[in-house]
Ligand binder design. Structure first.
Ligand SMILES: Nc1nc2c(ncn2[C@@H]2O[C@H](COP(=O)(O)OP(=O)(O)OP(=O)(O)O)[C@@H](O)[C@H]2O)c(=O)[nH]1
Ligand SMILES: [Ca+2]
Length: 553
């Protein structure tokens, strides 16, 4: 197809205003025609040229800015608004609700247990107190739900999950009674306005409770997600149960073995909850053991035919508390046979506590059993002793250093003191709470030292109820951490951001360096090359029969 011929004179100094942005002159197809020497120039107008540069510069800057904005919005997209979660701890002595606020940053939950991000409220008694009146459990629970609704914006209730997890108090009830009480809690939580499923109200295993306590302790200490050997174990003395959870290098039978994954680290834990070995439950067992001790021993009870109680300071009237706590046949027997007499003797109290801890040892079917007939590996590494370990150490004003050996002397003084003098020293405490400190001081030493083999001056075992940045060592926080971590990573792995986090992880700097810098460099090179690129003029000289390229500027 022949090309149309257009010709025009080439102005060597084109008038900027008149020139089209780009002007093509088509070389004649017939080389031989010398008459019409035509010159073919591809010339851009300078002014047009300047404009296109300006346009390119603006476009490039806009691209870079747009790109950086995208980066920023992706990076900060994780800084979503505050989200909420609610956990209810159904303990033996009370029910406690925890309201958590948290953010998602770079696909990971960020936990802060203070200020607007955390609130909790405990109401007495515990759910297990409603064994004979399950409906009665709804009153306190409704009040706790109201507390939570006051701390979560109404617009977020529907997406705020609420879970109720009951512990030892409920584990001690028959399953049908547990189910009746849980049915009442489910009805209340269905009507709470929060996101709830029936299966989210349950009695959790003691092993779970121990794992959750271990999680929050290591989260607070900053060791969660790090080297398993550098984690801290938990030994928790609750009201109805006691938990022991730690990373054990000893082989652990499967019934005590738990694996917890956090981040990309897996922890092989020993975790067990010793039901009936919580402090309050063990104290009740003491009275039972005193009755059976006297029944089986040749030694007569005290002169007045009473059962001598070495864990009660002299002068304390035990009748009320024993009648209140001794259930079933023991109550009858103690009423019939005799009541109890406070004789206040620390070492006898400690050996009575040991006999409670060793009940069932003869039925041990493992390599070795420490508490009852249950296997416990030798404790290794650092431990935090929480709940009653903390409350009793604090009551006696013990320091962190060698608190266990000092617990013995504190208990000897307290148990050997007259009750009337103790009452004067601490008039504000409930009598029952004050009384418990004698048994508690003996039970703690008997549990940690006589049974679990912790040396009396061992600095590796500290008592605490908070750690790190004053984070409460409450297993409910550990449950929330694991639950939120799991649901967030599940969401991130299925969301459109998967490629993003997989590629860049959480290191936002990586993102900026990996993408941002090359893009900016490319744009700058384009700009500079555009700016530096010489404007060339190509002339075809018919006489010489060749192209001549010359620079305009
Ligand atoms: N001395 C003292 N003991 C406390 C205090 N608060 C709680 N306790 C005791 O600490 C133990 C554990 O407390 P919680 O975990 O709140 O009790 P709980 O959850 O109802 O009991 P469990 O179901 O066995 O965990 C119980 O024996 C309580 O009686 C306190 O302020 N002072
Ligand atoms: Ca508890």
């Amino acid at each position: 197809m022949r090309r149309s011929h257009t010709r025009s004179r080439v102005k060597t100094k084109p008038d900027k205003s008149s020139m089209d942005p780009v002007k093509f002159q088509i070389r004649s197809s017939n080389r031989s025609s010398s008459s019409s020497s035509s010159i073919y120039t591809l010339t851009k107008s300078n002014s047009k040229h300047a404009k296109s540069n300006l346009f390119l510069t603006a476009a490039s800057i806009a691209t870079v800015l747009g790109f950086l904005f995208v980066c920023y919005s992706i990076l900060t997209s994780g800084r979503g608004s505050l989200r909420y979660s609610v956990v209810i701890d159904g303990g033996s002595t009370g029910t406690r609700i925890h309201v958590f606020g948290y953010r998602i940053e770079s696909g990971k939950p960020v936990f802060e247990f203070r200020g607007a991000n955390y609130a909790s409220l405990k109401l007495h008694p515990g759910l297990s107190a409603f064994a004979d009146d399950p409906e009665g459990a709804s009153v306190a629970l409704a009040e706790l739900v109201e507390f939570a609704r006051g701390r979560v914006p109404k617009g977020m209730w529907a997406e705020t999950e609420v879970r109720l997890m009951a512990t030892a108090g409920m584990r001690l009830l028959e399953v049908p009674v547990q189910e009746k009480i849980l049915a009442v809690t489910r009805r209340v939580l269905r009507g709470s306005g929060f996101f709830f499923r029936d299966e989210w109200a349950s009695v959790i295993s003691g092993s779970d409770e121990g794992v959750y306590a271990w999680v929050v302790a290591n989260f607070a200490l900053g060791s969660l997600g790090g080297d398993p050997i550098k984690t801290t174990g938990i030994v928790e003395l609750g009201g109805a149960s006691a938990q022991v959870t730690f990373v054990s290098s000893e082989p652990v039978p499967s019934e005590f073995s738990r694996t917890v994954s956090f981040g990309n680290v897996s922890y092989n834990l020993y975790s067990h909850s010793f039901l009936h070995f919580g402090q309050n439950a063990a104290h009740e067992k003491l009275w039972g053991s005193l009755v059976s001790r006297d029944r089986n021993s040749a030694v007569e009870p005290t002169r007045e035919g009473k059962h001598a109680d070495p864990c009660a300071p002299k002068g304390y009237n035990l009748d009320t508390i024993t009648q209140k706590h001794l259930t079933g046949f023991l109550a009858e027997e103690s009423k019939l046979a005799a009541s109890f007499q406070a004789v206040g003797n620390y070492s006898e109290c400690r050996s009575a506590a040991l006999s409670i801890l060793q009940e069932g040892n003869d039925k041990c079917s493992y390599q070795h059993c420490s508490i009852g007939s249950t296997f416990t590996p030798k404790l290794q590494g650092r431990f935090l002793a929480t709940e009653n370990f903390f409350y009793t150490s604090k009551f006696f004003g013990l320091g962190e250093k060698s608190w266990l050996s000092n617990m013995i002397s504190a208990g000897e003084r307290f148990c050997g003191e007259d009750w009337s003098k103790l009452r004067v020293k601490d008039p504000s405490l409930e009598e029952e709470d004050l009384l418990r400190y004698c048994f508690s001081s003996a039970y703690i030493v008997s549990l940690l030292h006589d049974t679990l083999g912790v040396p009396l001056d061992d600095e590796r075992v500290g008592f605490a109820n908070q750690a790190g940045d004053d984070i409460p060592l409450d297993w409910a926080l550990g449950a929330f951490i694991l639950q939120t971590e799991a649901s967030t990573s599940q969401h991130a792995s299925s969301s459109h951001l998967r490629w993003f986090y997989a590629l860049f992880g959480n290191d936002s700097q990586t993102l900026l360096y990996l993408i941002g810098v090359p893009v900016i460099m490319t744009v700058l090179v384009c700009l500079v090359s555009k700016w530096r690129k010489p404007q060339l003029k190509t002339i075809y000289d018919l006489e010489k029969g060749r192209y001549i390229v010359s620079r305009i500027r």
